[in-house]
Design a binder for this molecule. Structure first.
Ligand code: UDP
Ligand code: MG
Length: 148
């Protein structure tokens, strides 16, 4: 089944949003397959955001991501990449709808609480980068209550 990489950024951790964010993905019916809290160093953050290295906000973005621990997760489910992005909301919290994580909990782009992979291909790359040790193997007993 499809998987995505979700990361609670340092502001989300500091603001005590870890439980709330995990809850939203859990209650939707997605399965948590990987979870860890970690501090990332500058070169790791630069690798994660390599596609944005030419952008003017890149140095600030890297400083933001290394400013404290993050919570890295792998979530699994049908269409989890696209649906995960909908749960997260628009990059700019000013454009993010109420009911989305960024719409409910963030105000500016440089403190927008959470990251989610933008495609199946990025998800594959990001999961390999963040979870080189692999992820948990389990199947939820709720499966027939979530999928027909
Ligand atoms: N970002 C920013 N200023 C911008 C655009 C993006 O600070 O003008 C930050 C923001 O935290 C965003 C991250 O860079 O989440 C990665 O940008 P991307 O375009 O990939 O947005 P996302 O996929 O996170 O919605
Ligand atoms: Mg992105």
């Amino acid at each position: 089944m499809e998987q995505t990489f979700i990361m609670i950024k340092p502001d989300g951790v500091q603001r005590g949003l870890v439980g709330e964010i995990i809850s939203r993905f859990e209650k939707k019916g997605f399965y948590l397959k990987g979870l860890k809290m970690m501090n990332v160093d500058r070169s790791f953050a630069q690798t994660h955001y390599a596609d944005l290295s030419a952008k003017p906000f890149f140095p600030g973005l890297v400083e933001y991501i290394i400013s404290g621990p993050v919570v890295a997760m792998v979530w699994e489910g049908k269409n989890v990449v696209v649906t995960g992005r909908k749960i997260i909301g628009a990059t700019n919290p000013s454009d993010a709808s109420p009911g989305t994580i960024r719409g409910d909990y963030a105000i500016v782009m440089g403190r927008n609480v959470i990251h989610g992979s933008d495609s199946i291909e990025s998800a594959r790359k990001e999961i390999a980068l963040w979870f080189p040790e692999g992820i948990a193997q389990w199947q939820s007993n709720l499966h027939p209550w979530i999928y027909e």
